[in-house]
Design a protein around this ligand. Structure first.
Ligand SMILES: Nc1nc2c(ncn2[C@@H]2O[C@H](COP(=O)(O)OP(=O)(O)OP(=O)(O)O)[C@@H](O)[C@H]2O)c(=O)[nH]1
Ligand SMILES: [Mg+2]
Length: 294
């Protein structure tokens, strides 16, 4: 029997290629937040999958952003670059039949010598599979990939093959975590992330990029979790938009978040949400640090 393998697999790529969706599908739980908007992920999150032969520690990274470089995005890009360096294998995620300068730039930032597997995601959107072949051939010329695997995070297509390829590339060694451990992030982290996901899903095109979430308190009272959270915005004029007419939008956001939290935590949640201003926080290093960014 071959030896057990264990290692870290970072998901790197430009925004919106489906890194978080892939992590969720591979570990079988929704850990990383997902939205149709670019730059949803701001905090890397681990998802651990343990099989009989291998423990994969997947690390979802922020999408590498080549435009709109404010202080926040620079911080996210640093996280993305460091994450792709400090791992055993990189899954470079691209969208099927779409490879452009932004993808190329991400690839250029992954150190030479790093083991990189290309996951060509969203193949469910490719109508004629014949279109895929020339794309794969073209992609092959971009780097010496350890493998190129067409997949779909949505349908799950070919993910067993991706897992098989990755297992062969991870170092031999004992499991780093107990077999039933799913992530090294705690419930506080997921509570804040779930609320931020709802802002991305319900707030329109621009405002999610001006919002952040922090937790004021997280108390367990028997089976009830009592959570108080703050949504930070950049200016007072954004407050009525986030709150909505008669508080309707904030209510939708917090109800959707509470339901997801109850599902993830397996128990009742009381969620109190406040909206407050941290003036121009996306451009202010000190405020970013207060919000947990480096
Ligand atoms: N059709 C299809 N859509 C997908 C697939 N994977 C992800 N998506 C969608 O693509 C969008 C972006 O997915 P995410 O998982 O948030 O992408 P990401 O790479 O983590 O994005 P950032 O965190 O912004 O860098 C969402 O609307 C997903 O539902 C797929 O395999 N097929
Ligand atoms: Mg993401």
């Amino acid at each position: 029997m071959s030896a057990f393998r264990c290692g870290t697999v970072a998901l790197a790529g430009r925004p919106n290629t489906g890194k978080s969706s892939l992590l969720n599908k591979m570990v079988g739980h929704k850990l990383a937040i997902v939205s149709p908007k670019a730059q949803t992920t701001r905090h890397s999150v681990n998802g651990i999958l343990t099989t009989a032969a291998c423990q994969y520690v997947f690390v979802d990274l922020p999408g590498y952003q080549t435009r709109h470089l404010n202080v926040l995005n620079r911080s996210l890009n640093r996280q993305a670059t460091e994450g792709a360096r400090d791992c055993d294998v990189v899954v470079f995620t691209v969208e099927a039949t779409r490879f452009g300068d932004a993808d190329r730039e991400v690839l250029a930032r992954i150190p030479a010598g790093q083991c990189v597997v290309a996951a060509v995601n969203k193949v469910d959107l490719v109508k004629h599979q014949m279109e895929l072949l020339p794309f794969l051939e073209q992609l092959q010329k971009e780097r010496d990939f350890a493998a190129i695997v067409p997949v779909s995070a949505r349908s799950g297509r070919n993910l067993p093959e991706l897992l098989r390829v990755l297992a062969g590339l991870l170092p031999e060694g004992p499991a780093a975590y107990p077999a039933d451990k799913l992530t090294d992030r705690d419930e506080r982290f997921f509570a804040a992330e779930i609320l931020r996901e709802k802002l991305f899903l319900l707030l329109g095109e621009e405002l999610p990029y001006r919002c952040d979430v922090s937790l004021e308190s997280f108390k367990e009272e028997g089976r009830l979790r009592r959570i108080e959270a703050t949504i930070w915005i950049e200016r007072e004029s954004q407050k009525p938009i986030v709150i909505g007419a008669k508080g309707a939008l904030l209510k939708r956001v917090s109800t959707a978040a509470r339901k997801d939290m109850e599902r993830l935590f397996g128990g009742k949640v009381y969620l109190g949400v406040w909206v407050k201003v941290k003036r121009d926080w996306t451009g202010d290093e000190r405020l970013l640090r207060q919000l947990g960014y480096r």
